[in-house]
Design a protein around this ligand. Structure first.
Ligand code: PMP
Length: 354
């Protein structure tokens, strides 16, 4: 008997690189290219370190109440966690405890299969259609739960609220999780359905549209019953997931709607510019509703472009997986970053042709 026989062996998720060069263009992990709201900076500057002596509020009430007000829901309908990754990980544990397979698309956020593997949850991955759209009928079959991002990652493609509602309404016997990490960039959210469907959980994050990836704040909205079950699992795991500083910063960020609107507006406008520029350079892509574009070039392989960009200090994401290994996922940066990317690509493609 070897001690390793008793070890849980899992295949972990591989996050995007976080290189530490000063001079680089980082378009590989869908972060916000702008600094967070000045209200967050204010909290950080005025924070009293003495208070760190005390445990934080295990319910993170200040942040939960601010989120409930923002979403037009009751505080019993909101759950917060350390990034939406933690919210999702705890949701898998709480809601996918049955024996039937959980459903998520074949091309999607690759952490889903990792959590399923970690917990030993059976799952099935219906294929997206040729245009990368989800086929609603695939999700109207027997299942132990459903999860998909909207907009999807890494495609950036958003499904209509009608499709989402069809899936939620068609599955009263299972929990449907809509992962809305990127929903702020397309203005379409299932949040408005939360009061109508007890089985719907909508998960969002402060990492993208609120420029707080480094703080780690995610949240879920759902029926009080669903949130109650999620809290039971969380309090069986770690009472204090959210620290004092993060709770205060998250609340301050929610108080700055003007900053939020302006920041999302800038990102959407750069995204549309990037779409135009990339098209002119011979790229095609699903019409992104997110803060990234999932693009393939008409002649040059993605793997080659990924390497060339990297050499030039421009980081994008490449997934060596079936059906998507000829695509690059390019985060939307500032206008200047987008210009640098496009200039480099133009130059590279021209030289390659010559
Ligand atoms: N869901 C999707 C679809 C994502 O792309 C990400 C970002 N990697 C997350 C959830 C997790 O984001 P975070 O933990 O930073 O909130």
């Amino acid at each position: 008997m070897n001690w390793e026989d008793n070890v849980r062996k899992v295949v972990p998720y591989t996050p995007g690189e976080q290189p530490s060069y000063r001079k680089m263009i980082k378009l590989n992990t869908n972060e916000c290219p702008y600094p967070p709201s000045p209200k967050v900076r204010e909290v950080l500057q005025n924070f009293d370190a003495d208070r760190l002596r005390l445990y934080p509020d295990p319910a993170a009430s200040e942040l939960v109440e601010a989120l409930a007000a923002r979403c037009g829901l009751k505080k019993e309908q909101i759950f917060v966690g350390v990034g939406s990754d933690e919210v999702l990980a705890l949701s898998f544990l709480a809601f996918f405890a049955g024996k039937k397979p959980v459903l998520f698309p074949d091309i999607t956020y690759s952490f889903y299969e990792v959590w399923a593997g970690l917990y030993g949850i059976p799952y099935r991955c219906p294929a997206l259609d040729e245009e990368f759209h989800l086929k609603k009928e695939d999700y109207l079959t027997e299942n132990g739960g459903i999860i998909f991002p909207n907009p999807n990652a890494p495609t950036g493609l958003a499904e209509s609220l009608e499709t989402v509602e069809g899936i939620v309404a068609g599955n009263p016997g299972s929990v449907v999780i809509v992962d809305e990490a990127y929903a702020d960039f397309c203005g379409c959210s299932a949040m408005e359905l939360v009061n109508r469907y007890e089985n719907l959980l909508v998960v969002q994050t402060f990492s993208k549209s609120r420029a707080l990836a480094g703080l780690r704040i995610g949240f879920a909205a759902g029926s009080p019953k669903l949130i109650g079950y999620l809290n039971d699992v969380k309090f069986s795991f770690n009472s204090y997931t959210m620290n004092r500083l993060t709770i205060a910063c998250g609340k301050a960020c929610l108080e700055d709607e003007a900053w939020f609107g302006e920041t999302v507006g800038k990102i959407v406008s750069t995204r549309e510019r990037m779409k135009k520029g990339l098209k002119e350079l011979g790229f095609s892509f699903p019409d992104s509703g997110a803060n990234f574009i999932f693009a393939r070039h008409e002649t040059v392989p993605a793997r080659e472009l990924f390497g060339a960009l990297r050499e030039a200090g421009i980081f994008v994401r490449y997934f060596d997986r079936p059906r998507i290994d000829d695509f690059l996922r390019i985060s939307v940066g500032t206008d200047e970053e987008a210009d640098c990317l496009m200039e480099f690509l133009k130059d590279y493609l021209e030289k390659r042709k010559a």
